[in-house]
Every structure is written in structure tokens, then in C-alpha cells.
Design a protein around this ligand. Structure first.
Ligand SMILES: *Cc1c(COP(=O)(O)O)cnc(C)c1O
Length: 320
């Protein structure tokens, strides 16, 4: 494996004082409904609204002087771009973000608000990775990958490290799964700090490449899935994330869009937490297992982010 728990510890030192140590929240109403004790690690309250600043800052802080002067490039319409833009601005570096032409105005504004330079591309005709690579070569920029990178994985692992330091005796930890940076880092921390605890990754039912890969023992690639969980619309795990997940994770589970909406409503109503659809994946699966094998247990859940357009959020929460 290309990353170990000592890398997570080093990342924790690098991000200290810059990235929030987010609260772990509990709710009597959620526990009553779940039939288990649920501990919510609130990365929806993190800087830039998601855990991604952990990996982004850890990666940028490790660059050498020449790399820092040249700046970085990332491609994503989502939380990773905002995290790279914020981390670069904190470190006084320039960031270029490759985003589709039809990126929602709020995400474009957030990214530009952190001082990043945005390059647009056409998502139907152009390859964003190729555009980023070309910029990297032309201008000497360093590409910051969204999940498949040892420094990114180590940074993402700091969220579960904090959770396990703050809560004793957890029987299981649930984390959302897209490309696997968060889950791989989470698994490294759980195996080091609570070796007997189970670790579950949870992905959208429509995009179960992670479950297929976990079961078959090799990386399975799927078509881009249709789901409200836009932070987990990845098509394959990575060469760094997959081996860690395959060897350290208990199982990979899925959740339907309807279950995500139920979980978002529960979080809003009972804990007063605004969580984006992808951020609710872990809770959705935890509630299901609490009806069976995890009944009455102590369960940690990473709420991975809270960046959701308010009109869209209202349409989810307003239903039912
Ligand atoms: C990126 C993201 C994920 C998935 O993380 P991976 O490291 O790609 O598995 C989950 N939730 C939110 C809110 C995200 O932004």
C-alpha cells in the first residue's frame, strides 16, 4: 500500500490550525429512530463545506518551493475544486480550476471567490483531464488529483482519526464512497485506532462500481451513474485507493436516492444539520444495518459535506 497511518498522523500535524476539527454530534431522536447510538462527524461544517480541504491542504503544503511558485491545477465541478482553491489561497499559491461551461453559478462563484483562475471546457466534447494535463505541461503547474493520490488519501484520513479520538468504543464507522480517497483514509485510521471496529463504504445504488470491485477483487469501471449524490458520480476506484479499500474495509454497501432523501430529512429535522445528498450516504446505510446486525451498537458516521444549492435542497426536504 502506498499510504500508511503514519502518513495520516503527519497530515494531521500539517493541517492543524488551518482545517477545522469539526464537531461530533449526537441526537436522541436519531438514536431512538435508529435503535443504535449514532455519532455524526460533521464535515458538512468544515471549511469550504466538505472534508476535501483536508486532502487538498495536505497535498499543497507538501509541495516544494518551485512547485509552489508555479501553482496548481485541478479539475472538478464540485467540492474538490473549492478545496484546492481555498488551500491555494491560504498558502499564497495560484490555482487554476478546469470546470464545465454549465457549472452552477454558486459553485463557480465560490471557486472564483477563493481567487482561483477558472478555465471552462465543454463536458460533451472535451476531456478535462487532458486540458489540465496540457496546462500542467505548458505552465509547470502541479495537478492535484481528487482522490487517487497518497497525500490526498492521508489528508482525508484525518477526519476519522479525529472521530475515533473523540468517541470511544465505536463498533462501526460508515463513510461515503466516490473514488475512495475518503474511505481509504478512513480505513487506515480505523485499523490503527479501533482495530476491531467494522468499516463500511457507502456508494449510490446507481453507481455500485465500488461494491463490484470489492467483490471481484479488481477495479470495475461503470458508466457515469444517474443519482442525486453528485459527489459520488465517479466511474471507478483508483490504483491507490482500491488496494487499501480491498484489504482494510469490512464491506461496500449502497444506498438509494430515496434513502438519501430520508436521511437528509432526518438530519435536518432532528439534528438541524444541512447535509448534501452525497454526505448522507453513510447515515442511510447505517440506519439499515442498525435494524439488524448493528442493533444497539455504537456507530460513527462521516457526514462528508453540506454543499447543496438551497432550491435543490428545499425540493428534497419538502417532499413527503
Ligand atoms: C468527494 C466527496 C465524496 C467522495 O469522496 P471520494 O474520496 O471521492 O470517495 C463524498 N462526499 C462528498 C461531500 C464529497 O465532496
Amino acid at each position: 500500500m502506498s499510504v500508511s497511518y503514519s502518513d495520516v498522523e503527519a497530515a494531521a500535524e500539517r493541517i492543524a490550525g488551518v482545517v477545522h476539527r469539526t464537531p461530533v454530534m449526537t441526537s436522541r431522536r436519531i438514536d431512538d429512530q435508529a435503535g443504535a447510538q449514532i455519532f455524526l462527524k460533521c464535515e458538512n461544517l468544515q471549511r469550504a463545506g466538505a472534508f476535501k480541504i483536508r486532502g487538498a491542504y495536505n497535498t499543497l503544503a507538501r509541495l516544494d518551493g518551485a512547485q509552489r511558485r508555479a501553482g496548481v491545477v485541478a479539475y472538478s465541478s464540485g467540492n474538490h475544486s473549492q478545496a484546492v482553491a481555498l488551500a491555494a489561497s491560504i498558502l499564497g499559491m495560484s490555482a487554476t480550476i478546469v470546470m464545465p461551461h454549465d457549472t452552477p453559478a454558486s459553485k463557480l462563484a465560490a471557486t472564483q471567490g477563493y481567487g482561483a483562475h477558472v478555465v471552462h471546457y465543454d463536458r460533451y466534447t472535451e476531456d478535462r483531464a487532458a486540458i489540465a494535463q496540457a496546462l500542467a505541461v505548458e505552465k509547470g503547474l502541479t495537478v492535484v488529483p481528487p482522490f487517487d493520490d497518497p497525500s490526498v488519501i492521508a489528508g482525508q484520513g484525518t477526519a476519522a482519526k479525529e472521530l475515533l479520538e473523540d468517541v470511544d468504543g465505536l463498533d462501526a464507522v460508515f463513510a461515503p464512497l466516490g473514488g475512495g480517497g475518503l474511505l481509504a483514509g478512513t480505513a487506515l485510521s480505523v485499523r490503527a485506532l479501533a482495530p476491531a471496529a467494522r468499516v463500511y463504504g457507502v456508494e449510490p445504488e446507481a453507481g455500485d462500481d465500488g461494491a463490484q470491485s470489492f467483490r471481484s477483487g479488481e477495479i470495475v469501471t461503470i458508466a457515469a451513474p444517474r443519482t442525486i449524490a453528485d459527489g459520488a458520480q465517479t466511474t471507478a476506484l483508483g490504483g491507490h485507493t482500491f488496494p487499501i479499500i480491498a484489504s482494510l474495509v469490512t464491506d461496500v454497501l449502497t444506498a438509494t436516492d430515496a434513502e438519501l432523501i430520508d436521511s437528509m430529512r432526518l438530519l435536518a429535522g432532528s439534528a438541524k444539520l444541512v447535509v448534501e445528498p452525497t454526505g448522507a450516504l453513510g447515515l442511510a446505510a447505517a440506519l439499515r444495518l442498525a435494524q439488524g446486525e448493528l442493533a444497539g451498537r455504537r456507530i460513527g458516521v462521516v457526514l462528508s459535506g453540506g454543499n447543496v444549492d438551497l432550491d435543490r435542497y428545499a425540493s428534497f426536504i419538502g417532499r413527503g
